[in-house]
Design a protein around this ligand. Sequence first.
Ligand SMILES: CC(C)(COP(=O)(O)OP(=O)(O)OC[C@H]1O[C@@H](n2cnc3c(N)ncnc32)[C@H](O)[C@@H]1OP(=O)(O)O)[C@@H](O)C(=O)NCCC(=O)NCCS
Length: 159
Amino acid sequence: MSQVVRSGVSTAIVRKASITDVPAMIKIARATPTASQWSEAQYFELFAPNSPNRLALVIEQESSLLGFLVARCSREEYEIENIAVSAAQQRQGLGTKLLKEFMRIVGEILPTKVFVEVRESNMVACALYSKLGFKQIGERKNYYRDPEESALLYQIVIA
Ligand SMILES: CC(C)(COP(=O)(O)OP(=O)(O)OC[C@H]1O[C@@H](n2cnc3c(N)ncnc32)[C@H](O)[C@@H]1OP(=O)(O)O)[C@@H](O)C(=O)NCCC(=O)NCCS
């Protein structure tokens, strides 16, 4: 995918992530505790040839990486595994732009279901998903550890 988006949040662009983005992705994730905290090896594994099918996008401005999204694909379903925007750049619409572009891409070919699990205390992420049309379809009691917490399951069908 080579398409670049230049609308919405000033001059931020969304593009497909590459392995050279890993250090900046890790830096953003480490500074946003509610993002999924993966090891460095897990980030590099995203780009390994035998890795499961995934779509990884980044949003950047003037070559500065401001956020990323990783989703795993199986059949016509995607699960958002991680999304994070640089702590200093949040609440400017970057997460919305990243997620909208992801939904545009995955909806291009076939009707697609997108799932995401969110800690129930993560009101910001819940608000973001709800704003973009995701519906809460379930709850997994005490799903997370450290701290123990339920997961809310959100879904959207992109036709
Ligand atoms: C969730 C996250 C990606 C949103 O990115 P963002 O760039 O800040 O989001 P946006 O500016 O596009 O805001 C989208 C909506 O989220 C909600 N929101 C964002 N920041 C918020 C805040 N501080 N308080 C309340 N709601 C907030 C609002 O509904 C907002 O829409 P609005 O501005 O029209 O009211 C970002 O907060 C983040 O990186 N959080 C840490 C990682 C994380 O929790 N990831 C989710 C794991 S499931």
